[in-house]
Structure formats: C-alpha cells, structure tokens
Design a protein around this ligand. Sequence first.
Ligand SMILES: Cc1ncc(COP(=O)(O)O)c(C=O)c1O
Length: 363
Amino acid sequence: MAVKYRKELDSISPYVPGKPIDDVKRELGLDRVIKLASNENPLGFSSAVRKAVIKALDEVNLYPDGNATVLKAKIAEKYGVTPEMVLPTCGSDEMVDLIAKTFIDQGSQVVLAEVTFPRYFSTSQMMGADLRIVPMKNMAYDLEGFKQAITAQTRLVWLCNPNNPTGSFFTRDGLIDLLEHISPETLVVYDEAYYEFADHPDYPKDSIELMKRYKNMLVMKTLSKAYGIAGMRTGFTIGDPVLLELINRIRNPFNVTLLSQVAAIAALADDDFLVKIIENNNQGKYYLYDAFAELGLEYVKTEANHIAFNAGKDGALVFQELLKRGVIIRPIGGEKYKTWLRVSIGTMEENREFIRALQEVLA
Ligand SMILES: Cc1ncc(COP(=O)(O)O)c(C=O)c1O
C-alpha cells in the first residue's frame, strides 16, 4: 500500500531552476559556459559583503538572531517604515510560500497573471486555491483583465512589477486604479524583485508609500537581483504589522542565516554598488534590443534585468542548441508561448556571446 499524500500535489511540478554552469560543462564537455538563465547579477556583489561575511564566519557556531533585529532596523530606516513592518526571509521565495500557507484556504479565489513568477502558481495550488488566471495583453499584465477577474470573494492577488519573465511593467496610475478596485479584505501581494532596474517615469517607485495607504498590500523585495547575493538567500517584505504577525507565526525560527543577515546589512548599505549594475543593465538592454531587431525578432521592452523574445522557432529546441554552444538561457514554456525565451542581461561580453550563438542557432 502506497503512502498517502496531499492530492493538491498532483497538479504541481517541481520548480525547474536555471541550469547550473557546472552541469552543462560536464554534460556537454564544454570549457566555457555562460549562464543568462536566472536573472542573477553578472557583476557580483559589493565588496562590503565579503568583508562582513568573513568577519561573521567566526560566529557560525551560534544560531542567528531569529528576529533579525539589526537587519530589520536597517531595512526600516532605509525604507522609512518601522521594524514591525519588515519581515526578512530566506529569499523572497520563502515569503511566497509563507504567504500562500498563511492566507490561502482550500477553494480560496486567487487571481494571477498567465505568464508570471511560477511559484505563485505552485504555492497557491499547494493550498488548494481556485486559480483565476488573467491572460497577458501583448506579453504584459492586463490590469483591466485583473479588475474583471477580481471579485469580493477574491482572497489574494499576486502582482509582479516589473514582471518575471516578461520584463514588462505596469504604471503607478494603473496600480492605484487596481488597488482602489480591490476590497480591503483581499490581500494584494506586490512583488518588486526587479524594482532597482526599473526607471520608466510611470513605474511606481513609491510602492512603500502606497502600501501605507493600502494596508492590504504586502511589498516583497529581494537582495538576489540588483544587490547580487542570490546565493545568500535573502529577501524581505514590508507591510502592515498585523499581516506580518500572522506570517511570523509559521515562519521557521531561524529562517535567515547568520551569514545572510550580515551580508544583507552590508549590501543594503552600499547603494554606490548599484550604480554600475544599473549602467551595465541599461547598456546590455539597448544592445540586445538592437541585436533582436537586426535578427528580425520580436521582443518585449524590459524594466528588469531580463528580456523576453520570440525566437520564431520551438523555444525548447533553441534552448538546447544554445546550450551546445555554452549559453544557458530559459524557454518561457507553455503551448501558447512555445517560441518565446527569456535571457538575463549579462556583461557586455556575455551579451555578445549570446547573440553570436543565437545567430548561429537561427541561421
Ligand atoms: C519575481 C520574483 N519573485 C521572487 C523571486 C525569488 O527571489 P529570491 O528568493 O532569490 O529572493 C524571483 C527570483 O527569480 C523572482 O523573479
């Protein structure tokens, strides 16, 4: 007799991360492989992080501060909120999971976009949610579609801005209009993992201020992208202490490691580091726009550190052919977007290598 498990798992597939460089080297016998598959920071991280982590290594015989008191205080100061409005987690991945476990019941209506961060789907499904999926409009969020899908019964709405994997964004006006439409009893999870890269004048740079006005909104942020410490697994969420207190009840007591806490404190204190990251991202973005245009490929303008493009051929095949040439990117997946892929913006050298390989594959 087989061991029984929760039936919700039948509809869930494991998350498929970007392929690791070493796997590709080993599998294909390649010496040089570049990874533009996980929206990581191609320029590393602040040197202050290295110093802080090395110093803290001497203390790893101790448990970390389970309340992450210093980290919370630093985040609170930086974003103009109180420490009670901050909850750090093991990457924002952990927060997606905790939010689903805290707020979604069997049969709860959950509204989300058709092409967005995959963990919103799996964590909601895990809790038995009734998913209401809003189709994309020109590869971007259709906020009118969201307004139609959201009802007084909606328990939770997942929003990602800029969106992964399309890189598209929605405007501050659009966000406010949507928030006005949503009942204060519906939780709005606003994931801005790529906030630092967005510089469009209509992008909502003041999301934290909006959260103070709309108390049913949680703002999720991460240190894995612009700040470049994905391997440390640190994210944090800012919101109403009443909501965070509920999540806190089920959080692992030591969810943010001692090294992650000191790394995050050092990273957040060094905004000068971000300047060259954003510069590199912008340079890469315009280079890739031009290259896609020259290749006659459709692409989506991005406010993030990745670009979605239509290769015009089976994305899985293009992905495999690029792998053979030592370039890892990601197909977007699904029947409807079969020919679409996402590439993370790398260093200029990596971007050029990717385009050279893509030219070969498409020739
Ligand atoms: C939109 C979005 N949210 C959350 C995450 C998770 O980030 P992390 O767990 O590294 O903070 C990612 C990672 O790719 C993402 O793209």
